[in-house]
Design a binder for this molecule. Structure first.
Ligand SMILES: Cc1ncc(COP(=O)(O)O)c(C=O)c1O
Length: 467
């Protein structure tokens, strides 16, 4: 057993936390990153392992030299570690490496050869990556959400019954990237299985924050397919994961074809090879896979209890602060005491101020990185923000005319394992200044991008990076 890693020491384990961002007043301030839901910084030990691996780098599979053999061994070890991470049995299931969650879900959609009336049940709270791949290849139906944005399980049960016999797949997010709500995926799996359907869990947000247990294949709560990516879990080297039952993937031809996917090719015939190789065409992202293996073993050394407790502490702290700010409207659950079924993902608005303006001020005057807009979940945001059909149609027309001035949206903060209370304090302090109208810049909106920038601010990116 390797030594545990203490959360109290975690900030020293991440690359780049000390970097400073340029501010409007000409000074620089240590950057605060509250955009972990998009991508996280890198764990230093992951980076160290990648650097160490690069000395041994060679292409995997079929190389006869030692470096290729070693690289292949490490690559396959990382696959086993990934299986262990979500408790998957490799006897019946496969772990496929992709480039991100989006590619994993598209790959899966390719393998479902739907008949015309077959249904995929997704939800109103999905990221576009778990919505668009299903469009045009099946009948897509949506599980409704309740007023606060959490999944409506009554609606789910009704729809599962309604589409009994036609329902092939439930494709649902493990946790929302907007409100942080965690879905009851095993209960949903069990209901889907009752009517002969399968379930995909988009675990892009869930995987870095909560332990996942796919459960044995014969368990009613088994998760048939799981997709996630390492760039949201402190290993941003371009690797994604898709897991699922081997038999399922063997029923169809691979989505990408070429080197590595075959046993034999004649001018007339192609004989696909076994899994996982037949689903990983071409040279894979070997470095990314090493990083994934490294980060999983790091997370194991930190321990889920610590990760979850830390995130709950930060979420409670931020929500308690927001509770005292009547100008701040939180979407989803704003209750600092209800933390079990949510992640440290908080979307909010400051009353009377455009989300893009607030985000810009946080950046240019506070050095605080957040995200604003609709977070690739347009239908969900429209619902949460209670945008009327007329308003939505008007904005749609404007967007199509390249005017993003009135795009509805929110500001989102997402916590990582290394964020702390002081960083939340600096956010709150900036928000209070904004509310008191004490920000300094004179901001103008670029209608084309929908972003605000302050007059007179100039930054030379060449001072930060050159090739
Ligand atoms: C819930 C959810 N699903 C899917 C994605 C897409 O992930 P990726 O960037 O790995 O393709 C994201 C990204 O933010 C997400 O939050």
């Amino acid at each position: 057993m390797r030594e545990p890693i203490l959360l109290s020491d975690i900030r020293s384990q991440l690359l780049g936390l000390e970097e400073k961002a340029p501010l409007l007043d000409g000074s620089r301030r240590q950057y605060v990153n509250f955009d972990n839901g998009a991508s996280t910084p890198t764990f230093k030990p992951v980076h160290d392992q990648v650097t160490r691996f690069l000395r041994w780098y060679a292409n995997v599979h079929r190389g006869t030299g030692f470096k290729s053999q070693l690289a292949s061994h490490i690559f396959e070890e990382a696959r086993k570690i990934t299986a262990r991470f979500i408790k998957i049995d490799l006897e019946n299931n496969t772990v496929l490496f992709t480039k991100n969650t989006t590619e994993s879900i598209n790959k899966l959609a390719h393998h479902f050869r739907f008949c015309t009336d077959e249904v995929v049940l997704t939800s109103m709270m999905e990221h576009h990556s778990n919505e668009l791949p299903w469009r045009n290849c099946c009948c897509i139906e949506h599980i409704d959400v309740r007023g606060d944005g959490s999944i409506d399980m009554n609606d789910y049960k009704e729809k599962v019954e309604k589409y009994r016999g036609r329902l092939r797949l439930v494709a649902v997010t493990g946790a929302s990237n907007v409100t942080g709500f965690v879905n009851p995926i095993h209960e949903m799996a069990s209901l889907a299985h009752d009517v002969g359907a399968k379930i995909l869990v988009d675990a892009a947000q869930l995987a870095p924050h909560r332990p996942i247990d796919v459960k044995p294949d014969n368990d009613p709560g088994h998760l048939d397919f799981v997709a996630f990516a390492a760039h949201k879990m402190y290993a941003p080297y371009g690797i994604g994961v898709l897991t699922g039952n081997k038999k399922f993937f063997l029923e169809t031809d691979p989505d990408l074809v070429g080197g590595g996917t075959v046993d034999l090719v004649t001018l007339e015939q192609t004989y696909w090879t076994d899994l996982p190789d037949r689903e990983e065409a071409g040279t894979p992202n070997i470095v990314g896979v090493v990083a994934l293996g490294a980060v999983i073993s790091m997370l194991e050394r930190i321990g889920w209890d610590e990760v979850v407790a830390h995130e709950k502490r930060l979420t409670r702290y931020a929500l308690e602060k927001f509770q005292k700010m009547p100008e701040v409207k939180v979407y989803g659950s704003a209750d600092p005491n209800i933390l079990d079924d949510r992640l440290g993902v908080i979307s909010f608005n400051v009353k009377g101020l455009h989300h893009a303006l607030v985000s810009a001020i946080l950046n240019y005057e506070g050095g605080i990185g957040v995200r604003n807009g609709c977070f690739c979940a347009h239908p969900y945001l429209i619902r949460l923000l209670d945008v009327s059909d007329t308003e939505a149609a008007k904005v749609q027309g404007e967007i199509l005319n390249r005017d993003r001035s009135h795009v509805p949206g929110a500001i989102r903060i997402t916590f990582g394992i290394y964020n702390n209370e002081e960083e939340i304090d600096s956010l709150v302090e900036m928000l209070e200044k904004i509310i008191r109208n004490e920000y300094k810049g004179n901001y103008t909106l670029n209608p084309d991008s929908g972003a605000y920038s302050p007059e007179g601010f100039q930054v030379n990116f060449g001072d930060y990076w050159s090739f």
